[in-house]
Design a protein around this ligand. Sequence first.
Ligand SMILES: Nc1ncnc2c1ncn2[C@@H]1O[C@H](COP(=O)(O)OP(=O)(O)O)[C@@H](O)[C@H]1O
Ligand SMILES: [Mg+2]
Length: 250
Amino acid sequence: MIDVRNISFSYGQKAVLQDVSFSAGDGEVVGILGNNGAGKSTLITCINRVRRPDSGDVIIDGLSTGSMKERDIARLIAYVPQNTEAVRISVFDSILLGRRPYIRWGMGREDIEACQAVIERIGLGSLQLRCMDELSGGEMQKVMLARALVQKPRVMLLDEPTSNLDPRNQHEMMAIVRDMAREEHITVLAVLHDLNLALRFCDRLFFLKDGRGFCCCGRDEVDGGIIRDVYGIDAEVFAAGDRRFVLIGG
Ligand SMILES: Nc1ncnc2c1ncn2[C@@H]1O[C@H](COP(=O)(O)OP(=O)(O)O)[C@@H](O)[C@H]1O
Ligand SMILES: [Mg+2]
């Protein structure tokens, strides 16, 4: 349902993305992986038109986003950037901001209810009256996820959503993401560095190397060879029951 086709992008003379293509289905969680500087964040922002790709197209539910209005894109795609600055508003208000693409004259009961439902789902009830600038990095990441979810998007772009989280919260966060993707038929593209987390929670993994798509494969198809080629490190993939995990280093 999202088709990323032949995206190229340069910062000035510096080519960062070259002919990047992949697609993702309804309710699917696709991890975007690759070394620092590979172009993951740039790709994410080309997909939601924060940046305008030099060439290529992004098709969602059969429609090209190239000619869409900003407001229409905002209803289709939610984006959680890598870093967000804390501002002095309450958690509840911050989540409510996710409803902006739907609000015409002022917020209504529907907007409030959408927020309450997501707050309950993610377990943010005890934080909702706190101020954003009084949260830990991990709490903030959960609030940003909640804001993306109340947007009721078709596609959710998450740039390193677990970077500030302890192991327990990483798993909790990714489990919520995966379950919400399935329940709400949202396609999730998540930039992740933790290969084991990706193998656990993503349906497929898209590897970027030096601005080019290296491969897009099901999590069961990821092997040591791919990881060695993409990251330039020694790695092996092992299976334990129906789980797979990566061991890095020889
Ligand atoms: N605003 C910018 N202007 C110029 N170069 C940039 C800018 N943002 C990122 N880059 C460069 O583009 C490349 C890809 O960056 P980025 O997409 O952030 O990679 P990743 O998210 O995979 O770490 C890097 O070499 C980075 O230095
Ligand atoms: Mg990045």
